[in-house]
Design a protein around this ligand. Sequence first.
Ligand SMILES: Cc1ncc(COP(=O)(O)O)c(C=O)c1O
Length: 375
Amino acid sequence: MQLFDVYPLFNIEIVKGKGCHVWDKEGNEYLDLYGGHAVISVGHSHPVYVKAITEQVNRLGFYSNSVINSLQQELADKLGKASGYDDYSLFLINSGAEANENALKLASFHNGKKRVIAFKHSFHGRTSAAVRVTDNPKIIAPINEGLEVCYLPLNDANAVEIELKKGDVSSVIIEGIQGVGGIQVPKDQFMRDLRSLCTKYDACLIIDEIQSGYGRSGKFFAHQYADIRADLITVAKGIGNGFPMGGLIISPMFKPVYGMLGTTFGGNHLACAAAMAVLDIMNQEHLIDNAAKIGNYLLEQLHTIPGIKEVRGRGLMIGIEFEDSIKEMRNKLLFEEKVFTGIAGTNTIRLLPPLCLSSNEAKDFLIRFKKVLKA
Ligand SMILES: Cc1ncc(COP(=O)(O)O)c(C=O)c1O
């Protein structure tokens, strides 16, 4: 059997990781400014994380959601405290797309409405509703087209109000910071406008913090820079530091009904052990403060480098845009300088390192990056 060939692959196989470094099977060491696509939050193979998962799988790997799993409540307690949303409740799933799928459904169950407002260049995942609210027609199959969506420009509160006024909008979904769209940070005032408009027109505000959340922006959630609260918040990626997991954080205004949402694997014992270890490590090692501090340093330094069109971002979620394609530059970074980075579109380098990136590692990155720019 062959693999279904949907990923254009680099000819590299990563077999080992430690902190912000990974090694390929030939033994080459790489500096990881990509975090396996914003997934590695507390660093590769952190001993506390490894111990928690090992001990849990030795005890019990999985049982079903038809019996009590007190690890889920323990996780909810820790997450409530860490995020400032301790009066909200938690529903656990396995991926980011599933988190958004359930958020869109819950909003529609709640207000009985059908239409969704999303934003231009958004990305929310690949399942049916999540992909439909993603602004990329290439990945929307005909079967997904049923859900009625309009994609509005980011930061245009008037356009949002015009649509909301029609009275049929169930939810507005927005990324805390757009990732795939090229690290576009919505204006804080726009986020505040969205909050008040959603309340005014009885639509639910869903904030997708799958990439921008869990400390990456230098606050637990990126939308907390605007000092607002969402109705529904979706998380995944960094929540399990590589263990597949997603979460939906739900305002008390939503009332649960037995059977309304459900999943086989969501919130399993191993995932909970991983997610609790992540929050413990983030807390003990002050990783959110670190993301803010090292992120500010990188942003400051990047702003001084000539030849860059624009530097955007918050914390350790940084976009470096160039006038031209960055394909060759990224290849040089990877194959010559041994630095993993992400991209967005054709002209933007995306930095999404583990949140434990040290100042020496940030300096090391800048040295290697400048070398490639000068070449
Ligand atoms: C903002 C955002 N939402 C949703 C997703 C989908 O997450 P998953 O791939 O875990 O389904 C992603 C993944 O890149 C994302 O960046």
